[in-house]
Design a protein around this ligand. Sequence first.
Ligand code: SF4
Ligand code: SF4
Length: 123
Amino acid sequence: MPTLPCYPCPHDASCCAYGTTLTDEEAEQIVQTHGAELVYRTRWGEWRTRVRNKRCVFYGNGSCTIHDRAYYPVQCQAFPWTDPETGARYEYDVMICGEFELRPELIEAHRAIPAAEELESGG
Ligand code: SF4
Ligand code: SF4
């Protein structure tokens, strides 16, 4: 996939504005390493990172402060291209990555990834 300028990000990591989903294992390791107050569980049982000052609590000094850790969320590793659970195209708003505004070819590259329903149908 095309390379994105994530470290450091010229868009102040606009993609980190909402925090991220965590696997149970990632949440467990974050709690063990950083304490329980930086993550929470939604009413649907999904673990997420908390947001403060309009950014994920793990954003700092121009980049993700845990991107070199074993528990760097797979959702963040895969963004904005794929859903790590299915391997299909990331189905939410990729425009939260500021780079997509500047480089329309990124939108084309994203659209070229099979959607979940295409993978399910074998097409
Ligand atoms: S995905 Fe986009 S907004 Fe997020 S850190 Fe990378 S370049 Fe910045
Ligand atoms: S874990 Fe890192 S990359 Fe993921 S949303 Fe938080 S700051 Fe951004």
